[in-house]
Each structure stands twice: as structure tokens, then as C-alpha cells.
Write a protein that binds this ligand. Structure first.
Ligand code: MTE
Ligand code: MO
Length: 494
């Protein structure tokens, strides 16, 4: 039961392990004298001693439950459930857990009951029967003993495996915490004044890491120890090589603001975020590999098997495509690709922004296909110019008089030159643009509607890029290569 719970907890929060929760609860509840005694006796092995004690106690408990099962299977099940309830409350009591984290314990209890049933059946078969001689029971008894021994061995092995899994996760967390990012050789231009419009309820121009949208296929966030990380560059190149994390830290790093966007972002949606990234230019990395003639794509693959197909051109031209290690002044958060990910101006994340990246293969679009391409999305995904109304929110109630609208527009690598707003079916009027930070970042805008009359109204927004090209009004769904169309929303003036 413990083994299954421990194993399952490897896929959840560390603190979801009933083993750890019980251990932590015991540590928290231990009187100081006993704690001192334990530390004095076992030294830094005090935690190991604790876990061994819990393991031994679990074995004794299992034996007791086995004895109870001999009398009454139902009573034994009740004992297991009682134990599960106790352990779940130990898990739930931890500060870092949520309700979901009791799942491993519940799974453990179910497995425990299943195992008990199986062993009971073997034991019943082994019990001497009246009408047979004692000899006839030999093989069945052996079966039971072998079954019990196997269960114990399986429990020990899976506990060991999953504990070491958790341990490597802890190593990664410790390494991230200890990591001091080197200074960028090329710093980001300081943000000019006025990139943030003065309108209430607007998102920050630089999205804080904890608010940054997260999209990936990872059921459990990869926890990679940077000391174990390396990136292989190979395929259609003259010089294949592998680079490790220390080597990457030693390169001339660059810092740049870049707005990432997800292809699944609907018109008006918020799967878009802007951050300051620190990393090594992919252009330089690929220069070192010397791509061969005919190559037109780089297939990047993550630790967890996701892949993206990026045009070689986008990684070698003068846009700032980065192998990023830092996000807004700190190491990448685990959710955003620690220790290393890609970020590429102008391309949706699914074709460029591989998190936990470990492999770059220089190849051709006609030879290889990436994760989402094989699932119905386009092999190429340039970001479509978009504009969005951030405030008022759809169906909001606003006071009559002057209504101030605020929003965001983006056309990475090209830049936004103009945003227009239409109230109801009135004329299009220019919004005031915030200062532009760079062509690769989004741009905020504000629009003042002076004499808003009470009633329900709509507002529509559209943008122009730096070449004066108008954002398309043609409505498209995100599949297969990104949503388009002008956002229109309704609100009520009181
Ligand atoms: N390893 C991995 N990297 C990935 C993905 C993924 O599923 N797995 N999703 C991509 C997609 S679709 C997007 S939009 C961006 C999102 O990056 P973020 O979660 O840091 O915002 O990551 C990209 N990188
Ligand atoms: Mo995405």
C-alpha cells in the first residue's frame, strides 16, 4: 500500500507521498528531546532512520492486518481504510499540498485491499482441509509464502525507485535555487518611459513569471538537474556537438524582451505573455555546427518528448532567437522550461519555444514532422497580428460619461504602428499608442470615449503593423495555424 502510494506520489507534489507526509508529521510532532536524540544518534542519517522505522512499522502493520484478515476480511479492509484516512489527513495537513495530493494514498489503499484479497485467496488455498492429507497442501502453502515475499520485495523496490525519483527532483530544485545567472554581455535596452498605459486593470507590460501563461503536454513538470542536462546539435551539419549547462553559462549571453504567443490563443484571449529573457543566440550555436546546404528546418526535442519544427532561417537570421536560461531576472521556472528552453521572435510557441530542450536536429521539413504537425496543426506557425481589448471586460458595467478603454496589440518582428477602435457601428478612430519597446514585444493602447450614453454598446479593435498593413478581419479558429479576426465585445454604460 505504501509502495503504491509512494510510487504514485512521484507523479504528484513531493509532499503528496504519505511516507513523506507521515515522516514530516512525525518530525513536527516529535518532542524536542527525542528530535535531539535522533539527530545525535543518527546524525544526518536521521531522516533515513525515520523512514526505515516507518517502513518497519508498515511491515508490522501489514502483518497485523494479515492476521485480522484471517478472522474477517471486512475488518481488515476497514483497518486499511482507517489507515488511509489517517495518512490522507497527514498529507492534507502539509502546507504544500492540495486535495489532489491525497490521490496517491487512496490508490495505495485500493492496491492494499487488492493485494490483501489476493494473498487471502492464496492463504485459503494453502489451509489444510479436513478431507485431504497434510501433504496435499504443500504447494499451495508455498504459493502463499512466495506471493507474500514477492509483494514485500515489490514494495521495497518500488519505494526505492520512486524515492530516488523524488530525490532527483529535489536535486533539480536545489540546483535551481543555488544557480546564480551570469550577467548578460549584451543587456536589454532599458524599457522606455510610457510602455505601460495609465488605465486601471491593464496587464503589466512585463508579465510576472507566476502570471505567465503556461501551455505544454507535460502531465508532471520535468525536473531536470542542470548538471545532468546537455543539448545535442546534430543532423545536417558539418560539426555535430553537445553542449552542457556550464559551457552555456560561459558563453556571451544576451538579454532581450520578447512576447510569446500560443497558437491556441482565441481572438481576445490571454495565452500571450511578455518577459525579459536571458540566453545564448541560437544563431551562434548553429554557426558552430555549420548547417549543410539543403537544410531548412531545426527539429527541437524536449526531455519529455515534445518536438517543434522551426525554420532554420528563423534561427539564423538577425532576429534574436535564444536558447534561454533566464526569465525576468531569475532562472527559468520549472513550468517554463528549466534549465533551458527556446524562444523565437515571430513564431507561435508550438513551432519554436521548446521547453526542457535537449536535442536540436538540423533537417528538412520534407523529412521530419514535429509533435503538433502530426496532430493536424500546420508545420509552420508565424504569429498573426492581433489586437485585444483588456478593459472594460466583456459585459462589464461602466459609469456613464467618459469611458476609457485599454488594450494590447502585437505583431512580433514587425511591430505595431496604429490601433483603431470602433464604438457600435460608428467611425473607426485612432487609439493612443503606448511607447514601443521593440518590434518583438506587444504594445499597449488606450482609447477615450468621451460622451458614453447609457445603454449597451460594443467596441471593436483592429491594428496595423509597421508597414501599414491592416490586421485581417477574416475570422479563423486557432486550428490549424492561429486565430484571426477583429475582437468585438459588449459592455453596458449605466
Ligand atoms: N517541452 C515542451 N515545450 C513546449 C510545449 C510543450 O508542450 N512541451 N508547448 C509549446 C507551446 S504550444 C507554447 S505556446 C509554449 C508556451 O510556453 P510557456 O508555457 O512558457 O508560456 O511552449 C512551447 N514549448
Ligand atoms: Mo502553444
Amino acid at each position: 500500500m505504501f509502495a503504491v502510494a509512494q510510487f504514485a506520489s512521484a507523479f504528484f507534489n513531493n509532499a503528496s507521498s504519505p511516507f513523506f507526509a507521515l515522516g514530516s508529521a512525525i518530525i513536527d510532532l516529535t518532542p524536542p528531546w527525542l528530535k535531539d536524540f535522533a539527530i545525535a544518534t543518527f546524525g544526518t542519517n536521521d531522516k533515513l532512520a525515520l523512514f526505515i522505522s516507518i517502513g518497519a512499522a508498515a511491515a508490522v502493520l501489514a502483518a497485523m492486518i494479515g492476521l485480522i484478515a484471517k478472522r474477517s476480511f471486512a475488518l481488515a479492509c476497514t483497518a486499511i481504510i482507517g489507515l488511509a484516512v489517517l495518512l490522507s489527513s497527514a498529507v492534507a495537513a502539509r502546507a504544500s499540498t492540495s486535495l489532489l495530493d491525497i490521490i496517491p494514498t487512496v490508490l495505495g489503499a485500493i492496491a492494499g485491499i487488492g493485494l490483501l484479497q489476493w494473498l487471502t485467496r492464496l492463504a485459503v488455498a494453502a489451509a489444510p482441509r479436513q478431507d485431504e492429507g497434510a501433504n496435499a497442501t504443500g504447494p499451495s502453502r508455498r504459493k502463499f509464502l512466495v506471493g507474500a515475499a514477492l509483494s514485500l520485495a515489490a514494495a521495497a523496490v518500488s519505494t526505492g525507485v520512486s524515492t530516488s525519483l523524488s530525490a532527483s527532483r529535489n536535486m533539480a530544485a536545489a540546483a535551481r535555487k543555488a544557480l546564480r545567472l551570469p550577467a548578460a554581455r549584451t543587456k536589454a535596452e532599458p524599457l522606455p518611459e510610457g510602455v505601460q498605459v495609465e488605465v486601471a486593470d491593464m496587464p503589466r507590460f512585463v508579465t510576472p513569471n507566476q502570471d505567465f501563461y503556461r501551455i505544454d503536454t507535460a502531465l508532471s513538470v520535468p525536473q531536470i538537474d542542470p548538471n545532468q542536462w546537455s543539448l545535442r546539435v546534430h543532423g545536417m551539419v558539418e560539426k555535430e556537438f553537445t553542449v552542457n549547462f556550464d559551457e552555456l553559462l560561459g558563453e556571451e549571453l544576451v538579454e532581450t524582451y520578447l512576447t510569446l504567443t500560443c497558437v491556441s490563443n482565441p481572438v481576445g484571449g490571454d495565452l500571450v505573455g511578455n518577459a525579459k529573457w536571458l540566453g545564448y543566440p541560437l544563431r551562434k550555436l548553429l554557426e558552430r555546427a555549420v548547417p549543410q546546404a539543403g537544410a531548412d528546418m531545426v527539429l527541437s526535442t524536449s526531455h519529455d518528448g515534445f518536438s517543434a519544427s522551426t525554420p532554420l532561417q528563423a534561427l539564423t537570421d538577425d532576429r534574436m532567437a535564444l536558447l534561454a536560461i533566464g526569465m525576468n531576472g531569475e532562472p527559468l521556472p520549472f513550468e517554463h522550461g528549466f534549465p533551458v528552453r527556446m524562444v523565437v521572435p515571430g513564431l507561435y510557441g508550438y513551432v519554436s519555444a521548446t521547453k526542457w530542450v535537449v536535442d536540436l536536429e538540423v533537417t528538412r521539413f520534407q523529412d521530419k514532422a514535429a509533435y503538433w504537425t502530426t496532430r493536424g496543426w500546420s508545420e509552420r506557425g508565424p504569429i498573426k497580428m492581433s489586437s485585444r481589448i483588456d478593459t472594460p471586460r466583456p459585459f462589464a458595467q461602466v459609469p456613464a460619461g467618459e469611458v476609457v478603454l485599454g488594450g494590447t496589440a502585437w505583431a512580433q518582428t514587425r511591430g505595431i504602428s496604429r490601433v483603431q477602435v470602433q464604438i457600435d457601428d460608428g467611425p473607426w478612430a485612432d487609439a493612443q499608442l503606448a511607447t514601443e519597446a521593440s518590434l518583438d514585444t506587444w504594445r499597449q493602447w488606450r482609447f477615450v470615449w468621451k460622451d458614453a450614453a447609457p445603454g449597451t454598446h460594443s467596441a471593436t479593435v483592429r491594428a496595423y503593423d509597421a508597414q501599414g498593413k491592416l490586421q485581417t478581419s477574416e475570422k479563423a479558429n486557432p486550428v490549424p495555424n492561429g486565430a484571426s479576426g477583429w475582437q468585438r465585445l459588449q459592455f453596458t454604460v449605466q
